[in-house]
Design a protein. Structure first.
Length: 473
């Protein structure tokens, strides 16, 4: 597991001095720590946070540590818990263990004693998450509900899916159009404990402004002209499951206010009705806009932004994960051939090079459309440049390499490619190809067979290209 993923810890104790000590110890270990002065306050925090570790006192006012532990195990079954007590006894220790506590520590404790317990818990948390991620990865060969790729950035997305799938925390998915935001939302839902519950997807950008409220919240018979019978809204249809609000940034300000009330009160009022209906749904929202900039400009409510932006999953553009293009191409090729009853084994090297050097402003959706079109029109065993759209048949140096706003896709980051205008045609083709091959080789620790498989080429071709491009381990 990536060690840059920070452990989240919640400390629950009615004594401020104990809370501060535990937070200081957790912070020294690199944990992100929050604290609560009572079990009730802690349960309120669990509505918006999902800690990896909970450190709780055994005796607190109103609700005991054992009752609190039982509630936490129900809400967050994968969270690890440690019980602290100044009234240590074998009976309470055994009872805490039976309820699922990881360990038991008696107050007053030494700093090093608590540190050791927390370090053991951290190791267990990381191993559990890593093993879970690896099992899901192996079972689908890096394909999770349609998400295909092995690049570092996509692996990070898959790890986030694994961590979020069993929580009810609001999730905001960001990324350009065509990057697969709905696929990630569906992966979070169908890989988790809500998989058997409803998943309702709503395209906020396509809703008619005058009908948005009735679509989301439903309406009563006679509420407006044409309402000949009552209709349940999309929120009620998703009750108990997940509602996916795609392009949330397109909602009018008036609807944003009503949506905020639904999120806060967990109830909806159908149009034309005086009665409210309770709804229990997980919210996953998505946008291709910068919502932070939007709320600063006044086109998006600040309070709604912070309500939705509890956890953010960012999907990289396809041009930022070029090493995944060969894997995506072959996945789309296989899918299209199966659907159309064709037998096309792959792409020529020249065709693959054209795909690798293109800017892909439409991202994965555009790539899939290109491959599907090529399969429909081709009568060859391998797709060549001539099977691609006219755009790809142009001189490679003329392929679009800027985004929709005209700004260069090339930047000053470590992964940036040299400007095509500043180098010759031959080098302009070699530079991105060399970077891609190097990146894949490093990801597979220079295993040539694995690298060739990921690149979609024969191993001998890879050796030839490595010599040609001067790549040496």
């Amino acid at each position: 597991m990536n060690n840059d993923i920070r452990i989240q810890m919640l400390v629950v104790d009615d004594q401020e001095s104990i809370r501060k000590l535990c937070v200081a110890i957790g912070t020294s270990l690199g944990f992100d720590c929050v604290q609560a002065e009572s079990a009730e306050a802690a349960l309120a925090k669990l509505e918006t946070t999902s800690p990896d570790i909970v450190l709780s006192d055994l005796r607190m006012p109103n609700m005991s540590g054992l009752d609190f532990l039982d509630r936490v195990r129900t809400l967050l079954p994968r969270t690890e818990l440690v019980i602290m007590t100044g009234h240590g006894s074998i009976e309470s220790a055994v009872q805490a263990m039976k309820l699922g506590a990881y360990d038991y520590i008696t107050k007053p404790f030494r700093v090093e004693e608590l540190k050791l317990v927390l370090q053991r818990m951290e190791e267990k948390v990381r191993l559990v998450v890593e093993n879970q991620f690896l099992r899901e990865r192996v079972s689908s060969e890096m394909e999770l509900n349609g998400i295909v790729g092995s690049s570092t950035r996509i692996q990070d997305v898959l790890r986030m899916v694994a961590r979020l799938k069993d929580t009810r925390t609001p999730v905001l998915i960001t990324g350009e159009s065509g990057t697969g935001k709905e696929l990630v939302a569906r992966a979070i839902h169908y890989r988790g404990s809500l998989a058997q519950r409803p998943f309702v997807a709503v395209d906020c950008g396509s809703l008619v402004p005058t009908l948005i409220e009735s679509e989301l919240f439903g309406y009563e018979k006679g509420a407006f002209t044409g309402a000949t019978k009552s209709k349940v809204g999309l929120f009620q249809a998703a009750n108990g499951g997940t509602i996916f609000l795609d392009e949330i940034g397109e909602l009018p300000l008036e609807m944003q206010a009503k949506l905020l009330r639904v999120l806060q009160e967990k109830e909806v009022r159908p149009v034309g009705s005086n009665q409210k209906a309770k709804v229990d749904v997980r919210i996953i929202a998505a946008t291709n806009r910068d919502l932070e900039a939007a709320y600063r400009e006044g086109s998006f409510r600040k309070d709604l932004y912070f309500r939705l932006n509890v956890v953010t999953v960012h999907l990289p553009a396809l041009r930022e994960r070029r090493s995944d293009i060969p894997m995506l191409v072959h996945a789309f090729l296989k899918r299209a051939c199966t659907r159309m009853g064709k037998a096309i084994s792959g792409l020529t090297e020249e065709a693959m090079e054209r795909l690798l050097t293109y800017a892909w402003p439409g991202n994965i959706r555009e790539l899939e459309n290109v491959i599907e079109r090529a399969v429909i029109l081709s009568r060859r065993a391998n797709l060549g440049v001539e099977d691609l759209p006219d755009l790809f048949r142009a001189n490679p140096v003329d392929l679009p390499r800027t985004n929709g706003g005209g700004a260069s896709l090339v930047d000053s980051s470590a992964d940036a490619e040299p400007s095509l205008a500043s180098i010759g045609l031959k080098d302009s083709l070699k530079t991105p190809e060399r970077d891609l091959i190097l990146k894949v080789l490093e990801e597979v620790r220079w295993n040539r067979s694995k690298a060739a498989k990921r690149l979609g080429i024969h191993r001998s071709t890879l050796y030839h290209k490595m010599r040609q491009l001067g790549i040496d381990e």
